[in-house]
Design a protein around this ligand. Structure first.
Ligand SMILES: Cc1ncc(COP(=O)(O)O)c(C=O)c1O
Ligand SMILES: NCCCCNCC[C@H](N)C(=O)O
Length: 365
């Protein structure tokens, strides 16, 4: 048995998302790139690259990882490239996407003839979170004014527009794309490609894939552009768990259990967005607050129901632990870092990465 704590990536679950992605590629003509900011655990890229066209990135290290570990088409994007980074970024990228016209003017001369993209911001989004809303007031994410972009159009081969966030509603996606067309419609036929970013949860069970694919195809045909999608969450949703063990049980007005991982260190996104983790089946007469083992008072995975009273040593599985987890894990409290394991398609499980004291010490000096 693998020692807890560990993230367990289940390739069969991952495959379900990947097959839907493949269907979208075939039916819509869109190319699909994995957003590495969400998930960059390269041990499963062997499977992912069969169903996706490549990767997109948000930094020098991500574009390098995408190029070296995933292959296929590699898009480089960054909110701002530093002067000392740009040559290396270009060496790893097939396309270089600038966040602003000032970044474009500063660095485009060093793009070595590679296609150049620009991020546009339509000023509307589907984000329910201020923190993740690219259209928030005074946003720095992309150019908002088509008139400012127009003079540069001859040097720009495509646009990237990321304005969806956890959007499960096709009608909302459709309406937002309409708003993009209204604002930037005159520019779109003048470029070769448009990336619609991530945040579209098109791999969800009930998502109307036929309508989605038809909308993407008609957009592509109307403007004569290659469409790209950049799923993070949609590519990996529910394809991993965080496997933990109960270390202690207590009572303080409620039943409490402490597990050998931490929401702050190992599922930080949930804490940032104030969401509770998922434990299933979450049914039964024994209700517990599941605490992490860091010293943070509010290190709580959530409150869940169990069929029996929890016992020390008992294992729990925290669901949906692939997106924005492993990429955000940190050494807070010097806690044992969960290893990473993969459940292969034949059901066998193997540990692909273990972390120890030296990884902690080497992250500091
Ligand atoms: C430019 C861009 N593309 C893709 C993504 C991936 O989004 P998601 O994981 O919500 O699909 C993000 C998220 O930050 C992004 O900023
Ligand atoms: N699961 C809690 C909300 C997550 C929001 N994700 C935001 C990431 C995204 N790609 C973005 O910042 O646009």
């Amino acid at each position: 048995m693998i020692q807890t704590p560990y993230y367990l990536i289940d390739k069969s679950r991952l495959l379900q998302n990947l097959q839907r992605i493949d269907l979208v590629r075939k039916q819509s003509g869109a190319k699909v790139l994995l957003a590495l900011k969400c998930f960059a655990t390269w041990s499963v890229f062997d499977l992912m690259r069969e169903y996706m066209d490549g990767t997109t990135s948000s930094s020098l290290y991500e574009v390098r990882l995408g190029h070296e570990k995933f292959g296929g088409e590699t898009h480089a994007y960054s909110v701002a490239y530093a002067d000392h980074e740009i040559n290396e970024v270009v060496s790893h990228a097939d396309k270089i996407i600038f966040n602003s016209l000032s970044q474009f003017e500063r660095h485009a001369g060093r793009a070595a003839g590679k296609p150049i993209g620009l991020r546009l911001n339509p000023g509307v989004s589907s984000s329910g979170y201020d923190l993740a809303d690219p259209a928030r007031p005074f946003s720095r994410l992309g150019e908002v004014d088509p008139a400012r972009v127009a003079p540069f159009i001859g040097q720009i081969s495509g646009f990237m527009i990321h304005n969806n966030c956890e959007n499960r509603d096709f009608a909302r996606f459709d309406a937002l794309l309409g708003e993009i067309e209204t604002r930037f419609g005159a520019l779109l036929p003048q470029v070769e490609w448009v990336s619609l970013g991530g945040g579209i949860h098109f791999t969800a069970d009930d998502y109307p894939l036929d309508a989605f694919c038809a909308r993407l195809r008609s957009f592509s045909e109307r403007y004569g552009v290659q469409v790209y999608l950049e799923p993070g969450e949609a590519a990996i949703s529910d394809s991993a768990s965080l496997e933990v063990s109960v270390l202690d049980t207590l009572y303080n007005g409620k039943q409490l259990a402490v597990v050998d991982a931490s929401i702050e260190a190992h599922m930080l996104d949930l804490l940032i967005y104030r969401l509770q983790a998922r434990v299933e089946p979450n049914a039964g007469p024994h209700r517990y607050l599941i605490y992490g083992k860091s010293c943070l008072a509010g290190d709580i995975f959530g409150e869940f129901d169990f069929p029996q009273a929890l016992e020390i040593g008992q294992r729990l599985s925290i669901r949906d632990a692939a997106g924005y987890t492993m990429v955000k894990k940190n050494w807070f409290n010097g806690l044992t870092m969960p290893s990473i394991a993969v459940r292969e398609l034949d059901g066998t499980e193997r540990v692909v990465r273990q972390f120890g004291y030296h990884d902690y010490a080497d992250s500091l000096s």
